[in-house]
Design a protein around this ligand. Structure first.
Ligand code: ATP
Ligand code: MG
Length: 333
């Protein structure tokens, strides 16, 4: 039944206890990642994209968060299931999965490297730890991968410290870190935010070709709809911790349903079309003071009283396109 699904997240709820109160950064999120496909998670800043990813890797528990309810099921092979939500974040099993089977390219490359050791040494240590090879072999593997991601003169730059790399080079080194152990799932969290447009295109191409070559299933997190359009097979749109729409990418671009998705699509800059970049009026609500009903209602041009009162259910359109919006309810007033 689940042969082609590698990861299934079901009604995940991740909470943080902050100074000002309890927040649900991820609230009832469900999605599936098929083997070898790319899923995009998209939404404005603060809507829970990174926390979703960090929940899968059980990193949130190190950051004061907890998975309050829901399931995260990972199938390394078609007939072996591991329930990640139930594993202790410090357990040996979780440590072996993290990095080696499911790995992540983090949003801030600087934070992933220790400033006092050379990049090469840090990468080689990961290889030694997970693959139990000699120092020499680890060094050779790292240099090979650094050249593959087009770090110029990788042999010499192996001994460089993180601050000696440019932003684009650090991003590439982090990609090497993420793929060193041939993970089955790669999660790329805004892998190109800090980079200029030409480098961005190169990094996205690189992730794509590594994905195909290493047969990785991939999750790409971004706030940029054009990245979603180019890179993904399915898309999940998040707003204030909840899923608002989930569909295959082609269907989503051909026929976006949720007013929030439509607004995101309108905010893609159109080269040559001139005109101003459309931005969505208003801002994402604070998770401490959420409106009742649909969280997008205060910014939504179509919001009715019902939208403001009651959270819309999940509605299935055309057999596979999911939307959480009262506009598509059968008993629409
Ligand atoms: N360790 C933490 N403690 C308290 N709150 C947190 C913590 N980590 C994240 N949050 C909160 O959870 C919410 C979701 O954050 P998240 O990082 O997932 O957003 P995001 O969608 O990745 O945004 P961005 O596009 O800016 O990266 C935010 O309100 C954030 O402030
Ligand atoms: Mg983020």
């Amino acid at each position: 039944m689940h042969n082609d699904v590698i990861l299934e997240v079901n009604e995940l709820k991740t909470i943080f206890q902050t100074h000002s109160g309890r927040i649900a950064a991820v609230d009832n999120v469900s999605f599936k990642l098929q083997r070898n496909e790319t899923l995009g998670i998209v939404g404005e800043s603060g809507c829970g994209k990174s926390v979703t990813a960090r929940s899968i890797l059980k990193l949130v528990e190190f950051e004061g968060g907890s998975i309050e309810s829901g399931r995260i099921d990972y199938w390394p092979t078609a007939d072996e299931k591991i329930e990640l939500a139930l594993l202790d974040h410090r357990s040996k099993q979780m440590q072996n999965i993290r990095g080696a089977q499911i790995s992540m390219i983090f949003q801030e490359p600087m934070a992933s490297f220790n400033p006092v050791y050379s990049i090469g040494k840090q990468l080689a240590e990961i290889v030694i730890r997970h693959k139990r090879v000699s120092k020499r072999e680890a060094r050779d593997q790292v240099i090979e991968l650094l050249s593959k991601v087009k770090i110029p003169n990788a042999l010499h730059r192996f001994d460089d410290y993180p601050h000696e790399f440019s932003g684009g080079m650090r991003q590439r080194a982090m990609i090497v870190m993420a793929i060193l152990c041939n993970p089955r799932i790669l999660i790329a969290d805004e892998p190109t935010t800090a980079l200029d447009v030409t480098v961005e295109a190169q990094i996205l191409d690189l992730i794509h070709s590594l994905k195909v070559e290493n047969r990785m299933s991939t999750i790409i997190i971004t706030h940029d709809m054009s990245v979603v359009g180019e890179m993904t097979d399915h898309v999940m749109v998040m707003y204030a911790g909840r899923v608002v729409e989930y569909a295959d990418t082609e269907a989503l671009f051909a026929k976006p349903l949720h007013p929030y998705t439509k607004a995101l699509l309108q905010s893609i800059p159109m080269i040559g079309k001139g005109g101003e970049l459309f931005s969505i009026e208003g801002s994402v609500p604070s998770l401490l003071h959420l409106p009742s009903g649909c969280y997008f209602a205060p910014r939504c041009p179509y919001a009715s009283d019902r939208c403001k009162r009651t959270n819309p259910p999940e509605i299935l359109i055309d057999g596979k396109h999911l939307v959480h919006c009262w506009l598509y309810a059968e008993d629409r007033a």
